[in-house]
Design a protein around this ligand. Structure first.
Ligand code: N01
Length: 549
């Protein structure tokens, strides 16, 4: 028997940026809603990812909510790229400012969500076997929220601490004068390594695949200057103070992001890399390298589609590695041989330079495969490494991991895990056939992880609440995806990914990092602006592709 107080209109799972904005909208609409959150505070991904050096690789003036002009105007970011503590501070500020916490239940791990077909509600049960019900359920569970902890042989025999970058302890981790091993060289490791090296006695970096990374050129925002009115260079350098100018022109700035591929206001270049001379190309890449950040991959319009064009950018970075890393053998090991931008382009502060430090060793796991952990370190086929601490920077079971950790049961007792066993099946990444009234924020099949996440999150939440308005106005209480719409979206999703650079190597975007996971490209790569256009068209056509009763 469920008490009235445990009966909701809407249950939201997760108190990250998606969950908090959903709750804000629910409060505005007088919808009885609650968030269930497994952590003890808000922040989602930014609550857990607190490894040394963690910061966002989207510029802080863009990686922020836009739903409240007051919030946007009053909040002061201090650096071009915000650190994890600053982002968490922002998340907490939002929760306080909009009085969200009284509708959030912390330290609640949701175990199952079952759709009760006869009565049209979701029954949500947590790890303490407490149950609540709600007509609608929003999975605001994040794309990178379940860590990938590979089953290394004898991992439990290691006597020292093992930390994962995606689940870093909240207490201070003492690495001073320790022999530390780090496994993995993706974005997290690329941020962590230049910080960790400052403390440790020796750092052993175990690399399976080298990653491309470009310098962030991070700086305090007070030193950044901009020229937002120049459409070719919204984040350039001139005589106006950057923050003041962005704040004075936030509407223009946000609109640029809305009309872009990655939901970011970035300089674009409509020219092909192959239509300019080698000297000109070099000059453009050099300029981008010096400005720093992900806009490097937008240096020319065809780097994401044309392999020959892509190779010019890849070669530029490979040459930089050769130049920046003193030891030729180390430089070679750090040099990727696949298209740039396939794995997410990382953004770093002194990553390659760190390999010139005397207390770092790079181990190529292709030449000496990792065999096992042991009491005092780990062994590869050739060597034994004595370590005090091991850090796993091995990433996430992305996009579906957290959803599968919850037993989500839809109509006819079908589980989401079973339905998606050959890859996620969604309409717009927002909903899945057979799971009425269940929404996924930035779910597989939406641009999500390929974009500025906060912008994508706001778009999804706004779309869902507009749909609630429509249902209310038409006295409807059930919405479900039609099979045909889902099939067509799935096909479209795969079609747009075929020629895109993102699907040209193995990466977590395609489930490659998790044993047994379906190997299918998960995020929508067709671009944010065209995706939004499609979503708007669907809502305008009375939610075409959905069955509403
Ligand atoms: O994880 P990853 P991440 N043995 O999956 C290696 C976001 N992010 O946490 O490439 C040995 O990229 C694996 O090797 P390989 C961002 O979207 C954002 O670094 O599979 N090695 C790889 O080197 C990013 O893309 C920010 O061969 C193993 C590494 O571990 C996403 O999070 C900052 C292994 C995992 O790299 C994930 O990044 C940080 C094994 N068994 C992260 N298994 C921002 O700035 C895996 N590896 C916002």
């Amino acid at each position: 028997m469920i008490n009235n107080e445990d009966k909701y209109d809407l249950v939201i799972i997760g108190a990250g940026f998606a969950g908090m904005y959903s709750l804000y909208k629910a409060k505005l609409a007088n919808i009885k809603a609650v968030i269930l959150e497994r952590a003890s505070d808000v922040g989602g991904t930014w609550y857990w990812n607190r490894y040394p050096g963690a910061r966002c690789d989207v510029e802080s003036m863009q990686y922020s909510y836009q739903f409240s002009k007051e919030l946007q105007d009053e909040w002061e970011w201090t650096e071009k790229y915000a650190t994890q503590p600053e982002i968490l501070k922002y998340a907490k500020h939002v929760a306080e400012r909009f009085d969200l916490k009284k509708n959030i239940k912390f330290n609640i791990e949701v175990k199952s969500a079952k759709y009760m077909e006869e009565d049209n509600f979701w029954e949500i049960t947590d790890s303490n076997k407490n149950t609540i019900t709600a007509t609608f359920c929003i999975m605001a569970t994040g794309c990178l929220s379940t860590i990938n902890k590979p089953k290394f042989k004898n991992i439990n025999t290691f006597s020292g601490p093992i930390y994962h970058t995606g689940n870093w302890p909240h207490h201070k981790v003492d690495l001073k004068d320790k022999k530390v091993g780090i496994i993995g060289t993706g974005s997290s490791a690329i941020q962590a390594i230049p910080e960790i090296i400052k403390d440790v006695k020796h750092l052993y970096v175990f690399q399976r695949t080298p990653h491309y990374t470009v310098p962030a050129r991070n700086s305090p925002l007070k030193y950044l200057r901009s020229n937002i009115n120049n459409p070719r260079n919204p984040i350039g350098y001139d005589n106006n103070l950057y923050v003041e100018e962005v704040k004075a022109n936030y509407d223009v700035f946000r609109k640029k992001a809305q009309n872009s591929v990655a939901a970011m206001a970035l300089p674009t270049n409509e020219v092909s890399a192959l239509d300019v001379s080698a000297e000109k190309r070099q000059k453009v890449y050099e300029e981008k390298w010096n400005i720093g950040g992900v806009p490097f991959i937008a240096a020319f319009q065809d780097l994401n589609f044309d392999r020959e064009a892509n190779e010019t950018a890849a070669k530029f970075v490979r040459d930089k590695i050769k130049y920046l890393v003193n030891d030729p053998k180390t430089a070679k090991t750090l040099t990727p041989n696949y298209p740039i931008g396939c794995k997410r382009l990382a953004v770093d502060s002194n990553y390659y330079e760190t390999f010139n430090e005397p207390n770092i060793s790079l181990i190529d796991l292709n030449l000496e495969p990792l065999i096992e952990f042991n009491n005092d370190g780990l062994s590869t086929q050739q060597n034994k490494y004595d370590l005090d601490v091991i850090i796993l920077a091995t990433g996430f079971d992305a996009m579906t991991g957290t959803l599968f950790n919850i037993d989500i049961i839809g109509k006819n007792n079908i589980t989401l895990k079973n339905k998606w066993k050959e890859g996620p099946k969604t309409y717009l990444g927002i909903a899945s056939e057979g799971f009425p009234n269940l929404f996924t924020i930035s779910g597989p099949g939406s641009p999500s992880v390929l974009t500025n996440m906060i912008v994508s999150i706001e778009q999804h939440v706004d779309w869902i609440f507009k749909c609630f308005d429509y249902m209310n106005a038409n006295k409807k209480s059930m919405i479900e995806v039609a099979q045909k719409a889902e099939d067509e979206w799935g096909k479209h999703n795969q079609n747009v990914s075929i020629d895109h650079v993102r699907s040209s190597c193995s990466s977590w975007y395609g489930g490659a990092n998790i044993k047994g996971k379906a190997k299918i490209f998960m995020p929508y790569v067709g671009g944010y602006a065209s995706y939004v256009e499609k979503c708007n068209e669907i809502s305008k056509n009375n939610y075409e592709g959905f069955i509403i009763k």
